[in-house]
Design a protein around this ligand. Structure first.
Ligand code: 6PG
Length: 478
């Protein structure tokens, strides 16, 4: 619909008609909602209206026009790049808004920014929701996973729209009210941290199969496709199998081999690591996934180092079928561990920030639409249904049994990789995390002693309560 009917009062408006904003708005229109899109870029507005066909979609290139299209109290969603642009748009909207209007930030905003924005808007009587949306372009168009946080009253106002557009798994909407404040953006941040972890874990299995076994892209496609028919079934494994079969239009070779080995980032994985460090929750798979992207960017240095540390990587002399099964188990344990780390962070953040998060509900809304959707999430849901205060998924019986049965495969894969010289840091740290977590004794007694030795930081004893200090240099044997 291209004309502006002044009697029309749209149920929701979207600021930002990039591909995500446009697709999500069209998704809403598909479900019968009357919607308006606003972008300063006329081409984007035209493109929205062209795509809209018979749906009730209106467009505007100025805030004034846009505001006129909206029913009051207004509901305005922002799908724009995180950071400054969000504040710029909010500032632009404020003079046109009234008390009771609602702004929904559906971008990847940092949760601290979300807290600040909510407070600022509250002072003006404007409601605010911080909403994580996952699923990329396709998800936005046909059903994303939506992670809303903020005022319950505000959520109720747009609940039917969000439920209608979200993905659906076995009759469950992949959206639910997660709680007050910035919880939606916090959960989305951790979602992305887990996303980084899974992507890096998969990339390491690719490296081992390519450089360790010498598999071709077609063979890699077949392996990932078969893994996707197993317990590893997930969106990221599925797209990985497709990637290996894609030809490059320019060279007709496989596209994957024409792509440089440099992985950039928008920061959400790093934020997850930063927050985990602050809350003192170990998430080493996510930390390393971020570090490996950082390392990949050091192209010049990597080139210099490759000349300094020459050490050829021979092919593994193993039965391929046996090794591939071991690798599959190793990846599965890695996937369990990265969800465990992400969920453990959510549990602590929930206490710390008073989010009152229901982790079973988080697993439920991640089962469809989002980038980390996976079969494994069914089991994760079960684990939290049985015990909603579970501090770590590794303590759940189903996961401990799986890991106990498959851990030798992970150990074998790691020893093979280290002998070859193929870097698999997140698989390695999966094992180190597991071995440390299951260890009743750790060499941290030595760290206590060292701290007390050089800094009089005191230490705790195994046989008495309290803090103790020793003059370590006294009576030192010469
Ligand atoms: C999603 C994605 C999405 C985006 C990431 C990519 O859930 O749909 O996570 O939010 O693709 O921001 O992050 P990087 O650019 O940091 O890899």
């Amino acid at each position: 619909m291209t004309s502006h009917n002044t009697k029309t009062r749209c149920e929701i408006g979207m600021v930002g008609l990039g591909i995500m904003g446009q697709n999500l708005l069209l998704n809403m229109a598909d479900h019968g909602f009357v919607v308006a899109g606003y972008d300063k870029d006329k081409d984007k507005v035209d493109s929205l209206l062209k795509e809209a066909k018979e749906q009730q979609v209106y467009g505007a290139t100025t805030v004034k026009e846009f505001i006129k299209l909206l029913r009051t109290p207004r509901a305005i969603m922002l799908l724009i790049p995180a950071g400054k642009p969000v504040d710029i748009v909010i500032n632009e909207l404020i003079p046109h808004l009234q008390s009771g209007d609602l702004i929904i930030d559906a971008g990847n905003s940092h949760f601290i920014d979300t807290n600040n924005r909510e407070q600022r808007l509250q002072e003006k009587g404007i409601l605010f929701l911080g909403v994580g949306v996952s699923g990329g372009e396709e998800g936005a168009r046909h059903g994303p996973s939506i992670m809303p946080g903020g005022s319950k009253e505000a959520y109720e106002r747009v609940r039917l729209i969000l439920e209608a557009v979200s993905a659906n798994v076995n009759g469950d909407h992949c959206v639910t009210y997660l709680g007050a404040g910035s919880v939606g953006h916090y959960v989305k941040m951790v979602h992305n941290g887990i996303e980084y972890g899974i992507m890096q874990l998969i990339a390491e299995t690719y490296d081992l199969m390519k450089r360790g076994l010498g598999l071709s892209d077609d063979q890699l496609h077949d392996v990932y496709q078969s893994w996707n028919d197993s317990a590893l079934n997930s969106y990221l494994i599925e797209i990985t199998s497709h990637i290996f079969s894609k030809n490059d239009e320019k060279t007709s070779k496989k596209l994957i081999d024409e792509i440089s080995s440099v992985a950039k980032q928008n920061g959400t994985g790093m934020w997850t690591s930063q927050s985990a460090m602050e809350l003192q929750v170990p998430v080493p798979i996510i930390d390393l996934a971020v570090s490996m992207r950082d390392l990949s960017v050091l192209v010049k240095e990597r080139k210099q180092a490759s000349d300094l540390y020459v050490r050829p990587i021979p092919f593994l002399k193993v039965d391929h079928a046996v090794f591939l099964n071991q690798l599959k188990s190793a990846l599965y344990i890695g996937m369990i561990a990265v969800y465990a780390q992400g969920m453990a962070l959510l549990a602590v953040a929930s206490d710390h920030y008073h989010y009152h998060l229901d982790l079973e509900a988080v697993a439920r809304i991640w089962r469809g639409g989002c980038i980390i959707r996976a079969k494994l999430l069914e089991e994760i849901m079960d684990a939290f249904r049985l015990n909603n205060t579970l501090p770590n998924l590794l303590l759940a019986k189903n996961f401990s049994q799986t890991i106990m049965a498959q851990q030798e495969d992970l150990r074998l894969v790691i020893s093979q990789a280290s002998t070859l010289g193929v870097p698999i840091p997140t698989l390695m740290v999966t094992l180190a995390y597991l071995d440390a977590y299951r260890s009743i004794w750790l060499p941290a007694n030595l760290i206590q002693a060292q701290r007390d030795y050089f800094g009089a930081h005191t230490y705790e004893r195994i046989d008495a309560q309290g803090s103790f200090h020793t003059e370590w240099e006294k009576d030192k044997p010469s």
